[in-house]
Write a protein that binds this ligand. Structure first.
Ligand SMILES: [Cu+2]
Length: 463
């Protein structure tokens, strides 16, 4: 049996916190388990071929043991409690104490053996999404193997042939098991550690859940209408920042195991898609962009030089994916004064609160919410509430960040003269133009009927 110390020889301090040992049968590799949702920077590989480890956002990488030249891992499929952000926990299914499961990192050409123990109440399997492997190792219940029954352990073994970005997830009762969070990341590093070398390599999965406000367990029959969109089963402000040193070459890899596509957007820098689920892209096939769409089941690796210091937003561009659980079918109330209505409802329901008649600003509202429920938009920034939740985090680029240091440097301090500022001079009425008669004409003044003006709903007494 391999002890925890042997697994982490030389760099135990980096990853030790939060790990609990779990002793299995003598012939099995130890099933290492994680009890927290913080980002754990993995140590350099203690044995085997050298590689540059990836950093899993709010996750960790699974240790292995070498057995006659074979890298052996032990995954335990089991119910877990995952903190989605401070203030909300979810009853999920995952691997080795967390959901998503740990990232598996191997090197091109490695012989890999993975023991999968099932502690779920139903059968499962593991499909190694994107891998080249013998058909019988593909993990499709009923097609290439019988399901792994509760309490049983099955063994997968194959050579990690193609370097690149992969995922793993069950192919057994898929809709339920994926809605419950059964998934993990896999990176096969190139044999030559200098091939496409970057200074920082971040990975995470895109996942979604449907958890009713006030409850803990996802609804597993939801097809499309999910209410929590997450990076590695965390929502903002529970997602750690990605930290880089100015000038670093940064790679960010993400795989989409939600039920919709996500246009992932980085502020302040252009990137190129250097890898897909099928491998590395050819350099002549790349073009610069600031948003890349990742479809269901796809993976993308983007790369850029972190040239500009600051706190750069990084998020899905679907605005309802940067919000936490919300009521659906909420009418637009911009321009509708609800003060009188709210007053009347308050007489019956004391906690009732009118929904934003000035747009936005939910972040700062102290609305009573059920237990174990996050505000729709959370997170405090240096200038007030960041009115977002869900798939949102910050790329923090600093001149003096030490190589290999992934700790949060705090908020960016803007150099003098580089911050948007309030105009305090005179404010004459701006002249306006209209295109009446096909010609640009000067209009009389501000339009009287624009939506911005308060329009009260008709048909209510007292207006
Ligand atoms: Cu999205």
């Amino acid at each position: 049996m391999v002890s925890r110390r042997e697994l982490f020889t030389g760099a135990a301090a980096l990853v030790g916190a939060g790990i609990v040992s779990r002793v299995g049968a003598a012939s099995l590799p130890e099933a290492v388990s994680m009890d927290g949702a913080q980002t754990k920077v993995p140590p350099p590989p203690p044995n085997g071929r050298p590689y540059n480890p990836v950093v899993t956002l709010n996750g960790w990488s699974l240790p292995w043991r070498m057995n006659n030249g074979v890298k052996e891992f032990h995954l335990v499929a089991e119910p877990v409690v995952r903190e989605l952000a401070p203030g909300m926990k979810a009853n999920l299914w995952g691997y080795n104490g967390q959901s998503p499961g740990p990232t598996i990192e191997v090197v091109e050409g490695d012989r890999v053996r993975i023991f999968v123990t099932n502690r779920l109440p139903e059968h499962t399997s593991v499909h190694w999404h994107g891998q080249r492997l013998p058909n019988g190792m593909d993990g499709v219940t009923g097609l290439t193997q019988p399901g792994i029954q509760p309490g049983k352990t099955m063994v997968y073994e194959f050579e990690a042939k193609r370097p690149g970005t992969f995922m793993y997830h069950p192919h057994a009762d898929e809709m339920v098991q994926m809605a419950m969070g059964m998934m993990g990341f896999w990176v096969t590093h190139p044999k030559n550690p200098n091939f496409m070398k970057v200074d920082r390599d971040f990975v995470f999965l895109l996942n979604n859940y449907d958890i009713d406000p006030g409850s803990f367990t996802p609804k597993t029959s939801t097809m499309l209408d999910f209410n929590l969109f997450t990076f590695n089963s965390r929502v903002f402000p529970g997602i750690d920042p990605m930290v880089a040193r100015q000038g670093d070459r940064v790679r960010i890899r993400f795989g989409n195991l939600t039920m919709t596509n996500h246009p992932i957007h980085l502020h302040g820098h252009e990137f190129e898609v250097t890898g897909t689920d099928g491998g590395w892209t050819r350099p002549e096939s790349r073009w610069p962009e600031v948003t890349t769409d990742v479809a269901v089941g796809q993976m993308r690796a983007i790369e850029f030089v972190a040239s500009d210091p600051g706190d750069w937003a990084f998020h899905c561009h679907k605005s309802h994916h940067t919000m936490n659980a919300m009521g659906h079918n909420v009418p637009t109330m911009i321009g509708v004064s609800q003060r009188d209505v709210a007053k009347k409802i308050n007489a019956i329901i004391p906690d009732y609160m009118a929904m934003g008649d000035k747009g936005g600003s939910m972040g700062g509202m102290e609305m009573p919410i059920p237990e174990n429920t996050l505000p729709m938009m959370g997170g405090e920034g240096p200038f007030g509430g960041v009115e977002m939740g869900g798939m949102f985090t910050v790329m923090k680029i600093r001149k003096d960040q030490k190589p290999g240091d992934f700790r949060d440097p705090g908020w960016y301090k803007h150099p003098a003269g580089t911050l948007a500022y309030e105009w305090t001079g005179a404010l004459p009425e701006p002249s306006r133009s209209s295109t009446a008669g096909g010609q640009l004409m000067r209009a009389e003044g501000p339009k009287q009927n624009v939506e911005f003006n308060v329009r009260k709903p008709s048909g209510h007494a007292g207006h």
